[in-house]
Design a protein. Structure first.
Length: 127
């Protein structure tokens, strides 16, 4: 008996019906003492990743800069506080001692506040 090549075996399998293939599998299982079970890799549950870094920050005024009045107005507008409270925040800022503009704000809101105050000439950082 001549040995069949892999290509010849695959070509003959392509010509078989589903019933013929099923019978062939059963005969192979009997002949070789194996089972043709489908092996699947265990399904791993993918846990959603938590956001990297903090979700809330404290916006700090680090340096007032040259335009103190513009910074006071920017703090007032960005935070929605009254003018006197904004002035107190700006006046409390000293070199090496930043003052808190707003605590526990979402990153998106903090970015908006930071942009407005940076535009006025101050330096802002997150904590």
């Amino acid at each position: 008996m001549a040995k069949l090549t892999n290509e010849e075996i695959i070509a003959s399998l392509k010509e078989m019906t589903i019933l013929e293939l099923n019978d062939l599998v059963k005969d192979i299982e009997k002949e070789f003492g194996v089972t043709a079970a489908v092996v699947q890799a265990p399904v791993q549950e993918v846990e959603p990743k938590e956001p990297v870094g903090p979700t809330e920050v404290t916006v700090m005024l680090k340096e007032v800069g040259q335009t103190k009045i513009a910074v006071i107005k920017a703090v007032k507008e960005a935070t929605g506080i009254d003018l006197m409270s904004a002035k107190k925040i700006v006046d409390a800022c000293a070199p090496g001692s930043p003052s808190v503009i707003k605590e526990k704000v979402k990153i998106e809101e903090a970015d908006t506040i930071k942009e407005a105050i940076l535009a006025a000439g101050a330096v802002v950082e997150y904590k």
